[in-house]
Design a protein around this ligand. Structure first.
Ligand SMILES: CC(C)(COP(=O)(O)OP(=O)(O)OC[C@H]1O[C@@H](n2cnc3c(N)ncnc32)[C@H](O)[C@@H]1OP(=O)(O)O)[C@@H](O)C(=O)NCCC(=O)NCCS
Length: 139
């Protein structure tokens, strides 16, 4: 089995990550353009982690920290690499990095059609909260 390295995402990974997300059923958002990635990488590049094997991106987790809360987005592992503990590795590393920044609580959201993944996060200690999620696209 090739060695799997975790490393921060770069602008050059834009196509690879979008293709991985597409294959994992994660729909592109209007923030997933090259410009959107550049803006993200200006803020906290060390929290956007990729799992790489043989120079191919096989997993992602997009962490962020707003100074008060941490957020997890875009946890994804390529189909043929699933069930090997890769998501656990990505989650452990992004949580470790968030703690190092002083973050004491991390949040994440699950699309209703993907509710099955809730049991995955529960296994890692995440709990649900009956909040109402509201959003607004600006501009
Ligand atoms: C969720 C996902 C990232 C897990 O990746 P993975 O590398 O296979 O996960 P791991 O190998 O670390 O899995 C560890 C455990 O979680 C379980 N698990 C994985 N995906 C699961 C799911 N969708 N529902 C329930 N359990 C799941 C595995 O069975 C495994 O359990 P076990 O150790 O008891 O056998 C992967 O299935 C994926 O990319 N899914 C599509 C994208 C997605 O839904 N992302 C979450 C967005 S909120």
């Amino acid at each position: 089995m090739p060695e799997i390295a975790l490393r921060p995402c770069t602008l050059a990974d834009h196509e690879a990550i979008n293709s991985l997300w597409h294959g994992c059923g994660l729909h592109p958002s209007r923030s997933d353009t090259l410009d959107g990635l550049a803006r993200k990488l200006e803020r906290d590049p060390e929290l956007f982690l990729l799992a790489v094997a043989d120079d191919e991106v096989i997993g992602t987790v997009l962490g962020s920290y707003d100074g008060r809360r941490g957020w997890i987005n875009r946890l994804a592992v390529r189909q043929d690499w699933r069930g090997k503990g890769l998501a656990d590795r990505l989650m452990a590393e992004v949580e470790r990095r968030l703690v190092a920044l002083g973050c004491d609580k991390v949040n994440l959201l699950i699309e209703p059609e993907n509710a099955g993944v809730q049991t995955y996060y529960e296994r890692l200690g995440y709990g649900t909260d009956p909040l109402i999620f509201m959003e607004k696209w600006l501009g």
